[in-house]
Design a protein around this ligand. Structure first.
Ligand code: HEC
Length: 129
């Protein structure tokens, strides 16, 4: 009985995995201009452009694509294609350190769907699109 269940499970996986893979590649591209930029504008720019608290602390200016890609004084915060190792994503997920979860001081942090947009954009190559 167990064997049959396992076999069925394997068959289901074989049948459905290609469909999953297909839908993953068919995901619409996230756009820097229309999807990412508004989030940065609403939740980050306050502190991350010249004169802001975050900028003063580490030099991260998020006001343009170019300045964002430059990163902080210590290096880049985006690793195109890899959201897990991108410091910008680590910062909004509170993975750098709980005390510097971004947006700094915001209760509850950035909404999950917004974090997902940022992650997708990075995973799709962090393009200026
Ligand atoms: C209220 C001000 C404020 C807001 C809003 C804010 N930040 Fe920050 N950010 C800071 C400060 C201050 C630091 C430096 C923290 C430290 O080093 O203790 C910082 C640091 C960072 C760092 C560097 C982390 C590191 O380990 O080097 C990143 C990346 C970052 N912020 C991204 C963001 C993003 C993305 C947003 C918007 C979702 C955001 N910040 C919103 C103030 C802010």
């Amino acid at each position: 009985m167990k064997k049959i269940t396992l076999l069925c499970g394997a068959m289901v996986a074989v049948l459905f995995l290609p469909a999953l893979a297909f839908s993953a590649t068919a995901q619409p591209d996230v756009s820097f201009k229309t999807d990412v930029s508004p989030i940065i504008h609403d939740y980050c720019l306050n502190c991350h452009e010249p004169g802001g608290k975050g900028y003063e602390k580490n030099g991260l200016d998020m006001s343009t694509y170019q300045s964002l890609m430059k990163g902080t004084r210590f290096g880049s915060v985006i690793n195109p294609g890899h959201s897990f190792t991108s410091i910008m994503i680590q910062a909004v997920e509170g993975r750098v350190h709980a005390s510097i979860k971004m947006p700094y001081g915001m209760n509850g942090g950035l909404a999950k769907d917004k974090i997902e947009i940022l992650k997708k954009w990075v995973n799709q190559g962090a393009r200026n699109n």
